[in-house]
Ligand binder design. Structure first.
Ligand code: ZN
Length: 342
């Protein structure tokens, strides 16, 4: 992965290249933005660029991608490069632990072996335990001159403010629908129609786009559409059971994502927007009917609920209760309105 392989993110890349050209490279950077958006890839491409033995010069400087150093960064074997990421012992909440930061402390003491810098890439830095974060803070307070730290996070608000304040923060934005489609058409075997579906589903996050097939996407779409709007007249106990099933099957994140896409689409239909998603062509009639039934403030509340749930899920709030409340609110929004009209 080099800069030229990365779709979008021109501004952060240009910023880093300029810092190197002007000899103003900082000691610590925090890349923040949605999950799966490409923060780690940019950090890796930049590490290659710094170590590359035959860098490409010109208006768009880049790593060659083929020299020994480039290969070593790619494979994680470069002697001056350390990648730290959450250990996946517990599937629900992998953490970066104090032992990993201790090994980082040891790694940064010595001068680089082959390059000018030692680079530590801490992926999903918000997953550090309190002990790990405090230990890292000590290193960041007095970093050795030869060190560059890259921290990535989709939830920077969960990091110590004292760590954030010691980093230059660079925000990563989602790709546009067109950029995502172009990437998928160029780098995968997807046809135009499937690329358009996957791009819409991914909402500009390539990590998400590359982890779903169009077949799975269509299955999920039908499944979650039915779950979202097919339970409007179910009893509270049925709603509670289905929420419990989602939690037990570890499908909460997937479900919330689909529910948000569905409610958002309903909002677009309600507003008669021209920016409809290509995800729901078969649901057009149902959407029109639903849009006539539901009031705009209710739709906005529902979207807000789902966004809150997405954030809450990451903080391990009681997600099942949150999901149940969302369904009850949806029932109420659809039912109450229908009653008023009849
Ligand atoms: Zn190279």
């Amino acid at each position: 992965m080099t800069f030229r392989d990365i779709q979008g993110h021109e501004r952060p890349i240009r910023w880093l290249q300029t810092a190197v050209a002007n000899h103003h490279l900082g000691h610590a950077y925090l890349f923040h933005g949605d999950e799966g958006i490409g923060k780690r890839l940019v950090a890796l491409a930049f590490s290659k660029f710094l170590y590359c033995e035959q860098p490409i010069e010109g208006p768009r400087p880049d790593a060659c991608g083929v020299c020994r150093s480039c290969h070593q960064v790619e494979q994680g074997t470069h002697p001056d490069f350390l990648l730290i990421r959450a250990e996946d012992e517990q599937k629900q909440s992998p953490k970066i632990k104090i032992d990993q930061i201790r090994s980082l402390e040891h790694f940064v003491i010595y001068r680089p072996l082959v390059g000018l810098h030692k680079i530590c890439l801490i992926d999903q830095a918000d997953t550090m335990t309190v002990e790990a974060a405090n230990a890292l803070l000590k290193t960041l307070e007095d970093p050795p001159d030869h060190c560059v730290f890259f921290l990535t996070s989709s939830r920077p608000e969960h990091m110590l403010a004292t760590i954030r304040s010691r980093c230059m923060t660079i925000r990563f934005s989602p790709l546009s629908l067109v950029d995502t489609m172009n990437f998928l058409c160029r780098h995968t075997t997807l046809n135009q129609e499937d690329a358009s579906l996957v791009a819409a589903y991914s909402e500009g996050r390539l990590g998400k786009a590359l982890h779903i097939t169009p077949e799975d996407l269509r299955i999920q779409l039908r499944q979650y559409w039915t779950l979202l709007f097919g339970n409007v007249s179910q009893s509270p106990s049925t709603i509670m059971d289905l929420c419990e099933d989602l939690v037990k099957a570890d499908h909460v994140s997937e479900a919330i994502s689909w529910f948000r896409l569905g409610i958002r689409e309903l909002l677009l239909v309600h507003l008669n927007s021209a920016h409809r998603s290509p995800l729901f062509p078969d649901q057009s009639l149902a959407l029109l009917h639903l849009a006539e039934t539901i009031a705009l403030p209710d739709l906005l509340d529902l979207l807000h609920d789902l966004e809150r749930l997405e954030r809450g899920q990451q903080r391990h709030l009681n997600i099942q209760i949150g999901l149940e409340q969302f369904f009850f609110r949806l029932q109420h929004a659809l039912g109450a309105r229908t009653l008023q009209e009849t």
